[in-house]
Design a protein around this ligand. Structure first.
Ligand code: UD1
Length: 338
């Protein structure tokens, strides 16, 4: 009998791609989302890719009664929790909003998962490493104190999961994503930032399509080979597949420890300038960009050692950055009706 996975925030950028991969791997998927930061585009795209309508529940996981009802009415084998606010700058301006939303929703999920014997996968972030002393970072690298309330909620939620696993005999995995970029090769789902994008790739594609005038490259005087920051850009479909491996590991009882953490990245650092050049080259477009002052709070260089995920999850990034940037551009053009 197939297993059921609940995807909170399943209508968002990462959630929608994970939903597709889980469903294609044979899982029954329930999508739940309060639609606070997205519209129905990705949900409709997921259904179009899969050729079927997936169950969708509009709900807020900050509502404890609704969360418990969902777990009581469905036999949920694993839950993947994405439903959270994610804008770093906004979290600095509105910390209470971030703490209430991101912590309450996860506590309610943990309570329900404990009561109903559900495995938990938490979507964490490389932000927990802050500015690392040494790159690449392994899962053993120290977590630095968070530079934003958003980053703090990622660290706190990891700790919530660790402590609940220890206390209640649950099983949980935290995946620490590096920089997820790109879109599904069908160009039917992708990133849909509201307003001016904070992240690099949506800003690049919106500049290329003419929605933004010019890309600011924040800082070209960093102590890196070309002076711009180094990151580990991970393809969204590769990243989504890591979730299938992690869910398999939990539901098949193959975990070495009841709480496990994995870096999800490529292991290859890329500078902002290298990424911009790769985008221009692979897509044959000229990007209007200029060098601007450093952005406050940016780390200089962070990339993953993903070898633990390869060894234990049997997962490895496979798509080239060129394929990923071509998919991101196809998605932007799809949105523009081109
Ligand atoms: C940020 C968050 C991270 C989150 C991720 C989501 C922090 C410190 N960072 O990562 O937690 O998971 O987004 O993808 O919490 N850049 C420009 N011009 C732009 C935009 C970005 O030059 O218009 C540069 C930045 O300076 C940085 C790189 O591009 O060097 C990547 O930036 P971004 O896409 O915003 O991701 P991060 O800041 O690495």
């Amino acid at each position: 009998m197939s297993k059921t996975v609940l995807v909170s925030g399943g209508a968002g950028f990462i959630g929608s791609h994970v939903t597709v991969e889980l469903s294609q791997a044979g899982y029954d998927v329930i999508i739940a989302d309060n639609m606070s930061n997205c519209d129905e585009t990705n949900y409709n795209g997921v259904c179009a890719i899969l050729g079927k309508k997936l169950p969708f529940i509009k709900m807020d996981f900050c509502d404890q009664a609704a969360t418990d009802k969902l777990f009581s009415e469905n036999k949920i084998d694993a839950v993947i929790h994405f439903a959270a606010f994610k804008a770093v700058g906004e979290s600095v301006a509105e910390p209470i909003k971030y703490y209430k939303n991101n912590l309450d929703s996860f506590l309610n999920i943990l309570q329900a998962a404990k009561d109903h014997g559900t495995h938990v996968l938490f979507s964490s972030s490389a932000t927990v490493y802050g500015e690392p002393d040494v790159a690449p970072v392994t899962e053993q690298s120290p977590r630095k104190s968070a530079t934003s309330p958003y980053g703090n909620t990622k660290q706190m939620c990891e700790d919530f999961l660790r402590d609940c696993v220890a206390a209640y005999g649950m099983h949980g995995i935290a995946l620490r994503y590096f920089n997820p970029i790109g879109a599904h090769p069908s160009a039917l789902i992708g990133e849909l930032p509201r307003g001016i994008p904070n992240n690099l790739v949506p800003f690049i594609t919106q500049t290329a399509i003419g929605k933004r005038e010019c890309l600011n490259i924040f800082g070209n005087d960093y102590p890196t080979p070309d002076g711009t920051c180094l990151r580990d850009y991970i393809d969204i479909v590769d990243l989504a597949k890591a979730h299938v491996c992690a869910v398999n590991r939990m539901v098949e009882g193959r975990m070495d420890e009841p709480y496990e953490i994995f870096n999800i990245g490529t292991g290859r650092p890329l500078s902002v300038l290298e990424l911009v050049n790769a985008f221009q080259q692979v897509n044959g477009v000229k990007l209007n960009y200029r060098f601007a002052p450093r952005r406050e709070g940016d780390t200089i260089a962070v990339w993953a050692d993903p070898s633990l995920a390869e060894r234990k999850l049997g997962w490895k990034a496979t798509r080239t950055v060129e394929e990923t940037l071509a998919a991101a551009w196809a998605w932007e053009k799809h949105l523009a009706g081109k």
